[in-house]
Design a protein. Structure first.
Length: 298
């Protein structure tokens, strides 16, 4: 077995499509694959080189996991009670919500699941530092006009980069202003673009310039250079791709964080076009819905 891919909630079909004939088995949302590893945007977490372990009891399972390493997160869609008894016998893992902009947890975190009463599957190395890829934050219930800012916080946390004071940021499709609010709090200068208005408390913030126009009619040359281009526009993927292409060709944006939203059936061909852009990455965030986040740094 090469790897095990944990599908994002509700995205098993999308992940199975990505992995294709590499899938050799499934354990609810966990898809088991043959080598070689494959890119998988719809995976919440990837278990690297998982191994099956025979267990004789709850105590035996905990002992064998502890022998490998300290920190483990369970995935327990089946045999839940038995799995929780095993996890309770392991050293506790603090999974407190992250206070943005704190970095993600640094300690190695393995994942494991019970295949049946006498076998578990375990991987000491995973791609996500969060249990089952679930990045949770201490939320702000008073400042932002919507919870969309959590997507942005998560994207900036997982890539390990974020804009800072003085950075010039362009926020496309910004209404009601959740991303603009989050960027302004980082000290950025934000050009916030949407035909719909910003929430009044966001529009009144310093360093926020609101433009009531369509993001698709915006001229990169007229805007000038920006350090970051952000987009959470509700549109078909093909239109979002055309927008990104135009900005890439202009050379006016250094870094990109853009949501690719799917309306109805998942457009896998469009997703592949985003993934093929050199130097970029495409991933499903915990706070994404039926959408992916495309990221391109310097």
């Amino acid at each position: 077995m090469s790897a095990a891919y944990l599908a994002a909630e509700g995205c098993i079909a999308e992940l199975a499509h990505e992995l294709g004939d590499a899938v050799v088995g499934a354990h609810e949302r966990l898809l088991l694959t043959a080598p070689p590893p494959r890119p998988a945007a719809w995976a919440a977490n990837v278990w690297i080189d998982p191994v099956e372990i025979e267990i004789a009891s709850i105590a035996d399972a905990a002992r064998k996991l502890r022998h490998i390493q300290r920190n483990w997160a369970p995935y327990a869609p089946l045999h839940h009670r038995r799995a929780m008894l095993i996890q309770a016998a392991l050293p506790p893992v603090a999974a407190r919500p992250l206070a943005f902009p704190a970095p993600p947890p640094q300690a190695p975190l393995g994942s494991w699941t019970l295949l049946d009463g006498t076998r578990l599957l375990a991987a000491p190395h995973c791609t996500s530092p969060f249990p089952n890829g679930e990045a949770r934050f201490v939320e702000d219930h008073t400042g932002p006009p919507s919870r969309a800012y959590l997507k942005l916080w998560e994207a900036l946390t997982v890539i390990g980069h974020r804009p800072g004071p003085g950075d010039r940021c362009l926020d496309l499709g910004s209404s009601p202003g959740g991303w603009t609010w989050a960027l302004q709090r980082l000290g950025c200068r934000v050009i916030s673009v949407d035909k719909a208005p910003l929430a009044p408390q966001v529009a009144a913030l310093p360093r926020v310039e609101y433009r009531a126009q369509s993001a698709f009619a915006l001229d990169p040359e007229e805007i000038g250079p920006v350090d970051w281009l952000f987009s959470d526009i509700v549109c078909y993927p093909a239109r979002a791709f055309a927008l990104v292409e135009r900005w890439l060709a202009s050379g006016r944006a250094r870094r990109f964080v853009c949501t690719v939203k799917f309306q109805g059936e998942t457009d896998h061909a469009a997703a592949a076009r985003f993934a093929a852009i050199p130097g970029s990455q495409l991933r499903h965030l915990f706070h994404n819905r039926h959408e992916l986040t495309w990221i391109k740094l310097d």
